[in-house]
Structure formats: C-alpha cells, structure tokens
Design a protein around this ligand. Structure first.
Ligand SMILES: *Cc1c(COP(=O)(O)O)cnc(C)c1O
Length: 422
C-alpha cells in the first residue's frame, strides 16, 4: 500500500514558520477515527476497554484525546501513573502492568484505584506489605513459555521473555490471592510484538481463555477480565498488508463463544493495552535536510537524529520516508539518511531508494506516533524535539516544547561551574 503523509507540503511549510524542525507531529483526526474503529471491533463485548500503553507516547494532550475516545491507560512506572492521574483517569481506568517493580509504585497505583497486574508470584508478599492488604481486584501476567507460533511461523519467543508467570505459578498465585481476599481476577499476556496479521489476537485469546476456564474450575475464582495486552502491529513497510481490526475483533469473539461462553464465563470483559496500533501511524517526525555527503556512499544529513527516533538505530527498524513535494519523482537515488550522532548506527535509512534530495528538503519519517518521541534520550548532548498536534480543525497546537540547553543542564542545579548556562 502506498504510504502517504497525513500533512501536505504546503501545511508543513506554514507550520515550520512557527515551529522549527525537527518535531513530531500527531494527527488528531486519525487518532480519533482509529480509536472509534477499535471500539466498534470489540463492541460485542460488554465490558471491553482499551488501556493505552502510556510508554508508547507519554503526552497528556494525547492521553486526553484517547480518554475522550473511552480509553484508559496502561502504566508501568510512577510517572506514567502520574500522567494518568493528571488527565483525570482514576480507578479501574488505570492498569498497572509493571515488572521488576520499584518500591512504592504498587502503592501509588493502588492509591489511584488502578488495577494491579502482577508480573511475578513473588510480588504477592511485596504488594501485601506495601498496601497492607491484597486488592479485591487483581490480575496476573501469564507466560506459557516456548515459542509463540501461528500456523507454521514463529511470531516470538515467550520462553526467552522476562515477563509473566508459568502455568503452575498462575494456579498457585490465584489460590494464594484468593485466600488473602482477592475476589475479582484478571489474566494478562503479551506474547508477540508488532504482529501484522489478523490471527495474533484470536490465537492469544484461545490460549488465555483456555487457561482461564481451568483456573476458574480448579481454583473457584471469578475471572472478571482477560487482557490481551499490546502487540497488534502496524505496517511500517509499504508492502505490508495492514491489520483489519474488525476481523481481529470478530476473531476474538468467535473464540470467546467457543471457549468461554460454554464454560459459563460469558461475563468476562476483554481488555487491550495497545500502544503502537493506537498512535504509530498518526504521528510522524518532520526533519529538514541540512547536509549531503558523497564519499564511499551517498549520505543525506538531517537536523533530526536517533535521539528523536531510536527505532532504526536500536532494532534496525524500517520507517518509511517521504521527501515532501517529490512524491511523483522517480526513486532513482540510493541514500543513507543519517543524523548527527557520533554513532554509525544513527541512520534513519540505509541504502534507501529515494528521489534526488536537495539541501532544504523537508522529510516526513512515517509511523513515529508510538515508541518515537518516547524513546528519546540525550546522548551527545542532543536535545529532545517539540511535539505538535495537528487538530481536527487543521490548526496546530504545540503540545510539548523542544528542550533547551537549560533543560539538559537542569539536573546540575547548584553547580557553580554551570552557572552561566543554567
Ligand atoms: C509495551 C507494552 C504494551 C504496548 O505494546 P504495543 O506494541 O505498543 O502495542 C502493552 N502492554 C504492556 C505490558 C507493554 O509492556
């Protein structure tokens, strides 16, 4: 499928008069339409809720939009809990799915009324100590181990993942939690990441539903919800077929009716914790070409670098690039599109065929709305960019300013030597 930016060159030229590149730009209309489609795909389930994975894009303005679309949040740290609280989420609108949880964070999640999703059986006494009790509603994260396969293809390797409890531990945890006063139980699992197939959720659902029936029958607990977590991917590459969320919802419904309903568990709510699917396609990184270099290869240098978008450097991830205004030109030039870090993996694209690029061209790097800005860092003293929101009425709102050197030096407060720069 052809990948088209959600802004035009003319719009961007207007925007950069006020907001210098680089910046992340988000598309409110796209976000709302996608969230509405997701809600429709699971409308068959009475208790359905999407808990947006805050780590993907921790910006309160975006969380607020998602809240208006009916989403809660999935948090894994104290600051993510604070963001959720700040946008007015509370109680069971907040899920706390942490691992290797630092002291005090279960307490904060509980103070906000959030649902705690335990990553490990050893967290039971830890939670009990922090809270002085076991919450009435509690969830456990499941990891069946082995490989996660759909048909004959290996999707991921849960047996090698640090998350979740084994099958035996799930049974033991449910028994202990029940004996300590838990009344409403949930099951959670995240077994494959960025799946671009309509089969992932239905296959995962079947595994979870079957273990839920056994847990219910053997421990006598009431299972209130099953959390399919994240993992629904997006087509980063133009040749990938996008997921059909309606087909995914329907696939889960079928398994629900095959497994849960006959077991008398037709009241189980389905939860999701999507991050990437909710926002990745509705954000892009806008950057300007500032240099070209002709040595052993052809290089195009941007004013953005890996601190603005780490995925290519970290995972070798593909992000599509559009050279604005040159969409119709032939892609007959092979470039490495690079940033300015003193690290040779700071390349947004390697050997990418693109139209001939000139200094000053505006590049849109696609699908950065999730795990983009949020993975930013300050290596090489580089500063994080601004985040802008293209609103439904097509006006632009700055929803986070760019960092300044003062921000970078802020934690050296009190340092006499830095006085000039603070
Ligand atoms: C990262 C994460 C998610 C979101 O994953 P996506 O790939 O962005 O959908 C959901 N739940 C948990 C526990 C996570 O760690």
């Amino acid at each position: 499928m052809e990948k088209k930016p959600f802004v035009t060159k003319e719009q961007l030229e207007e925007i950069i008069k006020q907001h210098p590149t680089p910046f992340h730009l988000y598309d409110e209309k796209g976000i709302r339409e996608n969230a509405a489609r997701l809600a429709e795909a699971f409308a068959w389930n009475k208790g359905y809720r999407e808990y947006f994975a805050v780590k993907a894009t921790p910006n309160p303005y975006l969380l607020k939009i998602l809240k208006e679309c009916g989403c809660g949040t999935d948090c894994s740290s104290a600051t993510e809990l604070m963001l959720s609280d700040a946008v007015g989420l509370s109680g069971h609108e907040i899920m706390f799915s942490s691992n290797d949880t630092p002291e005090g964070e279960f307490k904060l999640a509980d103070d906000l009324g959030g649902i705690i999703n335990l990553d490990d059986i050893t967290h039971i006494p830890w939670v009990e100590r922090e809270l002085g009790r076991i919450p009435e509603t509690i969830s456990c994260r499941y990891n069946p181990g082995g490989l996660f396969q759909i048909s004959n293809s290996i999707m991921d390797n849960p047996g090698d993942a640090k998350y979740g409890m084994t099958t035996e531990q799930m049974f033991e945890a449910f028994r202990i939690l029940k004996s300590k006063g838990a009344r409403e139980f949930g099951i959670h699992a995240f077994l494959a990441s960025n799946t671009v197939t309509n089969e992932y959720y239905p296959v995962l659902a079947k595994i979870l539903f079957e273990v839920a029936v056994r847990l219910h029958e053997e421990t006598g607990v009431h299972i209130g919800f099953i959390n399919l977590s994240g993992g629904i991917g997006v087509p980063y590459r133009p040749d990938q077929e996008p997921n059909d969320i309606m087909a995914i919802g329907e696939g889960v419904r079928k398994v629900y009716e095959e497994v849960l309903v006959p077991a008398g568990m037709g009241d189980v709510a389905i939860y999701t914790e999507l991050g990437r699917f909710m926002l990745a396609p509705y954000g892009c990184l806008v950057s300007k070409v500032i240099h070209e270099k002709h040595t052993h290869k052809e290089y195009i240098g941007l004013d953005a670098c890996a601190v603005n978008l780490m995925r290519p450097a970290m995972y070798g991830a593909y992000h599509h690039i559009t050279v604005m205004g040159k969409e119709e030109k032939p892609c007959d030039h092979k470039y490495d599109v690079v940033g300015s870090l003193c690290e040779n993996n700071d390349k947004f694209a390697i050997d990418r065929m693109l139209p001939e690029i000139e200094i000053g061209d505006l590049l849109v790097i696609h699908d950065t709305g999730a795990h983009g800005f949020s993975m930013g860092y300050n290596y090489n003293g580089k500063l994080r960019s601004a985040e802008l929101l293209l609103k439904e009425d097509q006006t632009v709102q700055q929803i986070r300013r760019a960092e300044t050197p003062q921000d970078y030096f802020a934690t050296l407060d009190g340092c006499e030597m830095m006085k000039k720069y603070l």
